[in-house]
Structure formats: structure tokens, C-alpha cells
Design a protein around this ligand. Structure first.
Ligand SMILES: NC(=O)c1ccc[n+]([C@@H]2O[C@H](COP(=O)([O-])OP(=O)(O)OC[C@H]3O[C@@H](n4cnc5c(N)ncnc54)[C@H](OP(=O)(O)O)[C@@H]3O)[C@@H](O)[C@H]2O)c1
Length: 318
């Protein structure tokens, strides 16, 4: 099969398209013919070597949507021919930028017939991240207000829709060119993060009970200032160890909590994927695919995911 691989850590120039053996599913695993994969910032962190996935040479990509072509001996939940989507691959298991990928069944769910493969791949990692942050870790309730930083991003635009579907009021931030689309996706208040006095503008929309923060280094102080009493902050991106509560005044008085969330430590990925599938099936969740690439142009996709502004996700179709 053809697969994108890197033999050394570095930039996108390390990515090569190679012919390698097709993998075989082991116990508890399925083999999926990849119809679509997607690109996430974490692929570039693994590629650079900031985090070490499996042994080199390595195949990037966490998300897949496709068709099961073989199952491990003990697998009863899936059969060849099933349409599925999966995520949290490309870390302890080889990734999805290939013609076939093996996935453990606890990271796989059925893809409804009315949902395309590109949408399945686009939603998987970001949808699990947004669900895990807002619903599982922060316990978001109907009628609460959610603040979602970076609503135009892969995570953000799905988080806006999940928060809306859960009955929350949604404040989000993004570049002005995306504001109309974010209102169509269900945001009540859309704010330019580069505008004047961001803290006051967010506060004027209403104190958030739940915050999804992809830049904790930058926004933890703001989050604490605007949050309602008992507010919960989900942190999905944070590099500076100084971005912690002891350095932020006021968190105790409001009884705020912060939850560090990673898609790779989600206990039951398949269960969350099934919830996302249900939302997509009834049209309550629709990921935006900004651009589609083939295996030969995965280098460009990896550059774009870090350097370019776009609404939604970048998808790879082998
Ligand atoms: N913990 C986890 O499991 C997990 C999972 C997924 C992602 N992440 C992390 O979360 C972050 C976002 O991921 P993604 O896939 O959504 O990335 P993405 O699609 O590249 O989105 C980035 C978003 O950041 C916004 N942005 C840029 N500068 C900003 C600023 N100064 N203030 C506020 N927003 C700003 C962009 O807005 P505009 O384009 O509108 O300017 C865009 O909406 C990344 O750091 C990623 O590594 C973590």
C-alpha cells in the first residue's frame, strides 16, 4: 500500500510517499481502507519530535473514515464492509495518512450512511476533544454559557456546534471573516480576538460557566476574570508551565477549576464517536472541510495547518 512516512524528525520536507506492506489486524483490531484522513496540529508536534510517537519510520495522522476490510479473530462489533470512523491513532498506533490503517475497536464507531467520509475524518479528533472538554470534563449543562476561544479552528467550529446542541449559549472568538459562518453554526456572540478590550467585550456578552481554551498561556487570566462563579475551564493547548492557577488572582473566590484534556487520554473514544455520529446523522453537527489533499500533498497540508487561517479542517484523501 502507499503511505506517507517520515524517517527522521523535522519539518514537512521529511514526509515521503512510500510503498509498504499492508498491515494485518490483530486481536481487538480492524483493518480500514482509508477513504479520508485529516490533518491536526498534533501531527506536526509528532513530526518535529516535540512528542515521541511510535518508532521511526512513522506514518502521521490521527483521524480516519473508511470501510472495514478485515477484522481480528475476536472482533464481533464490526464486519468487513462496515462504514466507520476512528481517531486517537498516529501516536501508539501507526497513523492514517495511508491507503489502509489498523485501529483498535475501542477507538472506532459506525459512520452513518448520510455522513460522508471527509466529514467523518474531519470531525473525529476535534469532536472527541471538544466533547471531552465541554461535556465530560466540564459537565456543561443546558442553559449555561460556553466561551470557546478560536471558534473558527478545527476544534472551535465543532465545539460551537456541540455546545449549541447541548443547549448552551455560546460566545466565541475568531477573525472577522468567519463571524457570519460561526453565527450560522450556532454561536450567539462572536468576537474578534484581536479587537479592543477583549476581556470587557467577552464579559459584556455574559459570564461563561464553561471555557474551552486552546491558548491557556495567553488566556488563563482572561478566563478567570470573565468566568461565572463555579466556572470550569478546559485547557487543550498550553506550553508555559507558568499558566497555572497560583499565578492568577481571583480563582479561589469564584471556585474555578481547570481541566487539562487530551484526546489521547480519553477513556472511551468509541463511545464519544458514537455520540458525534448521532449528532451528524440528525444534522446538528456538520464539520467544515476547508481543503482536500492527496497523499503526495500531505506536506502542503502540514504546512497549512500551522501557518494558514481557515475555517474548519484539512482533509487527506489517498
Ligand atoms: N489537547 C488535545 O487533545 C487537543 C486536541 C486538538 C487540538 N489541540 C490544540 O488546540 C489548538 C487548536 O487546534 P485546532 O485543530 O483547532 O487548530 P486550528 O484549526 O489551526 O485553529 C486554530 C484557531 O486558533 C485561532 N487563533 C489564532 N490566533 C489566535 C489568538 N491570538 N487568540 C485566539 N484564537 C486564535 C484561529 O483563529 P482565526 O483563524 O480565525 O484567526 C483558529 O480558530 C492547537 O494548539 C492544538 O494543538 C489539543
Amino acid at each position: 500500500m502507499r503511505a506517507v512516512r517520515y524517517h527522521d524528525h523535522g519539518g514537512p520536507e521529511q514526509l515521503l510517499v512510500e510503498d509498504i506492506d499492508r498491515p494485518e489486524p490483530g486481536d481487538g483490531e480492524v483493518l480500514v481502507k482509508v477513504h479520508a484522513a485529516s490533518v491536526n496540529p498534533v501531527d506536526t508536534y509528532f513530526l518535529e519530535g516535540s512528542y515521541e510517537p511510535g518508532a521511526l519510520p512513522w506514518i502521521p495522522g490521527s483521524d480516519v473514515a473508511g470501510v472495514v476490510t478485515a477484522v481480528g479473530d475476536d472482533v464481533t462489533a464490526f464486519d468487513p464492509g462496515d462504514r466507520v470512523f476512528a481517531t486517537a491513532l498516529g501516536n501508539d498506533h501507526p497513523g492514517t495518512c495511508a491507503e489502509y490503517v489498523v485501529a483498535p475497536t475501542d477507538r472506532v464507531a459506525g459512520l452513518p450512511d448520510r455522513v460522508g467520509f471527509a466529514a467523518g475524518a474531519a470531525v473525529a479528533l476535534v469532536g472527541v476533544t471538544a466533547w471531552q472538554s465541554l461535556v465530560a470534563r466540564c459537565g456543561m449543562e443546558p442553559g449555561e454559557r460556553a466561551l470557546i476561544h478560536g471558534g473558527s479552528g478545527g476544534v472551535g467550529h465543532v465545539a460551537v456546534q456541540i455546545a449549541r446542541a447541548a443547549g448552551a449559549q455560546v460566545t466565541t472568538t475568531a477573525s472577522p471573516e468567519y463571524h457570519d459562518t460561526l453565527r450560522e453554526l450556532g454561536a450567539d456572540d462572536v468576537i474578534d480576538y484581536a479587537g479592543e478590550d477583549l476581556t470587557a467585550t467577552i464579559a459584556a456578552a455574559g459570564a461563561p460557566d464553561v471555557v474551552l481554551d486552546h491558548r491557556l498561556d495567553e488566556y488563563l487570566g482572561l478566563d478567570c476574570e470573565v468566568a461565572a462563579f463555579g466556572g470550569r475551564i478546559a485547557a487543550i493547548g498550553n506550553t508555559d508551565p507558568a499558566a497555572t492557577f497560583p499565578n492568577v488572582p481571583g480563582h479561589r473566590g469564584k471556585a474555578l477549576t481547570v481541566h487539562h484534556t487530551s484526546v489521547f487520554n480519553t477513556p472511551d473514544v468509541a463511545r464519544v464517536l458514537r455520540r458525534l455520529a448521532g449528532l451528524m446523522e440528525r444534522g446538528a453537527l456538520e464539520p467544515h472541510v476547508a481543503e482536500t489533499y492527496d497523499l503526495r500533498s500531505v506536506r502542503e497540508a502540514q504546512e497549512a495547518v500551522l501557518d494558514e487561517s481557515f475555517l474548519g479542517k484539512l482533509v487527506v484523501e489517498p
